[in-house]
Design a binder for this molecule. Structure first.
Ligand code: XMP
Length: 512
């Protein structure tokens, strides 16, 4: 994002560092996570209005403690340290941090002694959420406390002169009810950010950026049928019109009726040149005998790129390949953060290096809910906007073990029943994702008077705002009962239905 005021978050490995980014965007200021060790000179080039040091699991005394480039303190950019960020700031400025006798975890009452800047418009007391072991015991020269709790004399500190602020608690979590106000105060009172991160301004800027990048070259956009790629295509179409060609590849791993519906909606809505390719056989042939989930992803990613490359030769030339990659995909593919690699999302990580296209990913800074807002502003059809996210490798990641025709049929039919029942009970729009999973496990059932032996289908329904965390949904029993009886009655070869009650973390949303 050029030409917008932005705040950079140095990621010290906090599980929820991205939450800080979201909160800041909710204040309509653009923010982004960057690796904690980004060089000060690189940060200076980006010209952020503020820097935030996230929390993290390390102790400043660990041998491998992640430390920022000390030169960041000389950039004259306001800094806000959170939790480990506070300990770092104290430690790197010559103060004292010790491992506290007892960990402070949970809600604490913050007593505020100065309301001139980050606590502007605060009453003397506020609830905050603490979660730390180490604590500052002596402040560096130039720093003063501005809030304390019973256990932390330095719950909030500042060096007003140098605009360095730090909090021992977490303002980004909902358990700190006025945490967002603290972040707002940092953004607007200290960093003097302008409010310029709105969807309207995003559309305007992105269109300009696409035009500038693409020039008179041609773009091939991969459509998946979901809101991300649809929105990507709509934006690029607005930017470069006829230079855009879309391609819809049916890899044979889509939901029931999805390919037909996607193509129809796309044609009706955008009127862009569309190439449709039924590559089901080709994908399924390559997946035969493959059981390893990462291997399946790799094969599907590779095959996608092969199809694109072939189409590019046949219908091209195209210099650009556009994809609806989102910010969580980028984070989870985790090339740049401390978080360990979780899964290879084929739309980012699986692309081979010799890829012939230049990549255009206009949504790579956005979260899903932001994309949905964008899609609504672009007047995309409601059913596309509301559609649950669906992974690029499709049902292959919901079929545990080998992808066979039989398991594919069961997974597809069962998912369709889950979706239909949620629509019927008006729950579809209230949940994040809802689908069926099938593996190789079988169980015994009775069919008429005879024993039968059939597959076990697991139903997964989760709630989330951005897929980084998710909770299983406490669906009413009557809905589960209806889903279960329809699956066993209507789908040949299924004997049992189970419901998945694991949240993310520690589980992930998809089973593979
Ligand atoms: P997990 O299973 O990692 O999923 O908790 C988080 C979100 O990402 C989607 N997902 C994928 N999307 N390619 C994609 O485009 C993939 O390989 C992939 N794997 C998971 C998943 O549906 C959920 O919304």
């Amino acid at each position: 994002m050029s030409n917008v005021d932005k705040v950079l978050i140095l990621d010290f490995g906090a599980q929820y560092a991205h939450l800080i980014a979201r909160r800041i965007r909710e204040c309509r200021v653009y923010s982004e996570l960057i690796p904690y060790n980004t060089k000060a000179e690189d940060i200076a080039q980006i010209k952020p209005k503020g820097l935030i040091f996230s929390g993290g699991p390390a102790s400043v005394y660990d041998k491998a403690a992640p430390l920022p480039d000390p030169a960041v303190y000389n950039l004259k950019i306001p800094i806000l340290g959170i939790c480990y960020g506070l300990q770092l700031i104290v430690h790197q400025h010559g103060g004292e941090v010790i491992r506290a006798d007892k960990q402070e975890y949970g809600k604490s009452v913050l007593k505020i002694t100065d309301t001139s800047d980050i606590f502007k418009e605060f009453k003397p007391e506020a609830v905050c959420w603490m979660s730390h072991g180490d604590a500052a015991t002596k402040l560096p020269i130039g720093f003063e406390p501005i809030a304390y709790t019973d256990n932390s004399p330095y719950a909030a500190i500042r060096d007003k002169e140098r605009k360095i602020y730090a909090l021992q608690f977490h303002p980004e979590v909902s358990h700190t009810p006025r945490g967002k106000k603290i972040l707002r105060n940092f953004l607007f009172e200290v960093c003097r950010c302008g409010i310029n991160w709105t969807m309207h301004s995003f559309i305007r800027r992105t269109i300009e950026e696409i035009r500038a990048k693409v020039g008179s070259e041609r773009v091939l956009c991969a459509l998946s049928g979901g809101v991300d790629s649809f929105t990507t295509a709509a934006l690029i179409h607005k930017a470069v019109g006829e230079q855009l060609t879309c391609i819809f590849v049916n890899h044979g791993l889509l939901r029931k009726g999805e390919a037909e519906e996607a193509v129809k909606t796309f044609k009706d809505t955008l009127g862009v040149r569309l190439i449709t390719i039924d590559a089901s056989k080709r994908f399924l042939d390559r997946l035969r005998g493959v059981v390893n989930p990462e291997e399946k992803r790799r094969i599907i990613g590779e095959e996608f790129v092969n199809v694109f490359t072939e189409s590019s030769i046949k219908y091209g030339p195209f210099e650009w390949l556009a994809q609806g990659t989102l910010y969580p995909d980028v984070i989870e593919s985790a090339v740049k953060s401390l978080a360990s690699r979780i899964k290879t999302h084929h739309n980012v990580g699986g692309l081979p290096e010799q890829i012939r296209f230049k990549m255009l990913e206009p949504l790579r800074d956005l979260y899903k809910d932001e994309v949905r807002k964008l899609a609504t502003l672009l007047k995309l059809p409601d059913r596309i906007v509301r559609r649950h996210p669906f992974p690029g490798p499709g049902l292959a990641v919901r079929i545990i073990g080998e992808v066979t025709e039989e398991k594919l049929r069961i997974c597809r039919e069962a998912s369709s029943i889950v979706e239909e029942e949620l629509q019927k009970y008006k729950l579809y729009d209230k949940v994040w994702q809802a689908f069926a999973i099938v593996g190789d496990d079988k169980a015994v059932g009775v069919l008429g008077d005879a024993r039968s032996y059939g597959f076990i289908v697991s139903v997964r329904i989760v709630q989330s705002t951005d897929a980084m965390t998710a909770d299983w949904v406490r669906v009413p029993y009557k809905v589960l009962e209806r889903i279960s009886s329809r699956i066993t009655n209507e789908i040949h070869g299924v004997c049992w239905v189970t419901y998945v009650i694991s949240s993310k973390p520690p589980a992930t949303i998809e089973p593979q």
